[in-house]
Design a protein around this ligand. Structure first.
Ligand SMILES: Cc1ncc(COP(=O)(O)O)c(C=O)c1O
Length: 416
């Protein structure tokens, strides 16, 4: 359920017509719905009622301060992967004691900043990182609360670029080495072992891989406790998928996910940490763009060139991802098969390939749906294109929560 619906034929975000927004702020623009984000946050928490939960939003998926601040208001902590994300999370009003620092490589100054802020936990991903963190903590006369991210070797059956628990993945410590790694962690002066962590991948649409991971993690957790480690937290990562397509196979619901995980992890006497990103924010955002022109290619190939490109929304080029695309105004009668492409000088700059759409003309507004997660987060200035404006709608009102970049922004910090 999201709040991007047609009213008298015109696509709106909550009560604001998207055409009105485009006239005010221009295109391309990311537009987010407050009601959708709050609703997703509440549905997620309600789905996990059966467990003692700490929910930490994955900042990487949508790092805008206004979105983070909304989620902090909804009681979420944050999952971060860099000093920059720590800065953002704190600036947005996030509580340090609800911040988990993930990532396969952390710089020492990033560790120091997180120690100074007194974050909830560091998720380390190698024996070397444990030693490094212990050194940094000891130097700062602190003790770092730590969990080790294990690779439970579960095939998440998702796009290979977002599967993170295959035997070949760079992430986590292989399960066979975990007990030894915990003995090491327990012996290091700058660390306090508090938990165990995993994250098996992203855009996972079936429950099987999550249940398999939960069972493996449960067994390992109990084994480590029996070894004498005082584990209190089990971090199951993020990864539940969202419906990018209007029709066809739909991902498991948060309710079924919550029930399945509560069953697999019941009676563990641990706080279960979750790090959802996409699930909360993907359908709370769209990318609003304008048609620049139509172009006839070879034979019957027709192109619709829009003013948003792969630098604004990378997912189609990077993952061959599908985003539903539709006109903002009342759709014209008829249909044609077109490639909707951006202006970037790359053949990969195709936002919608061989898509059957109502006829589009120069000047029309279109939206790419489900663009709230890993959309603006992955935007770049490639081709010297300023990044889009971000707008947050709340009922009938809206505000710019990140200004469109200017040409001066493009060259900031450079010199001739
Ligand atoms: C460690 C970690 N946690 C959480 C997430 C969020 O995943 P998602 O947005 O699929 O929920 C990611 C993203 O890949 C991640 O790497």
């Amino acid at each position: 359920m999201n709040h991007f619906q047609r009213k008298r034929g015109e696509l709106c975000c909550e009560d604001v017509p998207l055409a009105e927004l485009a006239a005010e702020v221009g295109t391309p623009a990311y537009v987010y719905s407050t009601a959708t984000l709050r609703r997703h946050a509440r549905v997620f928490k309600a789905a996990l009622r059966g467990l003692d939960v700490l929910a930490c939003f994955a900042v990487k998926s949508a790092p805008n301060l206004a979105l983070l601040s909304l989620l902090a208001e909804e009681g979420f902590g944050f999952d971060i992967v860099s000093g920059g994300e720590l800065y953002r999370a704190l600036k947005a009003g996030g509580e340090a004691d609800k911040i988990v620092f993930s990532g396969v490589g952390k710089r020492e100054e990033e560790m120091e900043a997180a120690l100074q802020a007194r974050i909830h936990q560091f998720n380390c991903e190698s024996e070397e990182e444990l030693e490094q963190l212990s050194r940094v903590a000891s130097r700062a006369r602190k003790v770092a609360p730590v969990a080790l991210r294990v690779n439970p070797e579960v095939d998440a059956r998702t796009h290979p670029y977002v599967a993170t628990a295959l035997a070949s993945s760079k992430f986590g410590v292989p399960a066979g080495r975990v007990r030894k790694a915990y003995r090491l962690a327990a012996s290091l002066p700058g660390l306090k072992v508090v938990g165990l962590a995993c994250h098996i991948g992203s855009q996972i649409d079936e429950l099987g891989p999550f249940v398999e991971a939960a069972k493996k993690m449960r067994a390992l957790f109990l084994q480590l406790r029996a070894d004498g480690h005082d584990l209190r937290r089990l971090d199951m990562g993020g990864g539940l998928g969202v419906p990018y397509r209007e029709r066809g196979r739909q991902p498991a619901s948060p309710q079924r996910y919550g029930e399945a995980l509560a069953r697999a992890l019941s009676g563990l006497e641990a706080t279960v940490i979750f790090e959802p990103g996409r699930l909360l924010v993907a359908n709370a955002g769209v990318l609003l763009s304008r048609v620049l022109l139509r172009k006839q290619g070879h034979a019957a190939r027709k192109f619709v060139v829009v003013d948003a490109g792969m630098n604004d929304l990378l997912r189609p080029a990077l993952y061959q991802a599908h985003h539903e695309l539709e006109p903002v105004g009342r759709p014209r009668r008829g249909a044609e098969v077109v490639d909707v492409v951006g202006p970037v000088c790359e053949s990969a700059d195709v936002l919608a390939k061989r898509r059957r759409l109502p006829p589009l003309q120069a000047g029309d507004l279109v939206v790419l749906r489900t663009a709230g997660a890993y959309g603006m987060a992955m935007a770049s200035q490639y081709n010297a294109r300023p990044r889009p404006v971000e707008v947050l709608v709340d009922g009938r009102s809206w505000r710019v929560v990140r200004a469109r970049e200017s040409y001066a922004d493009l060259v900031r910090g450079e010199s001739v």
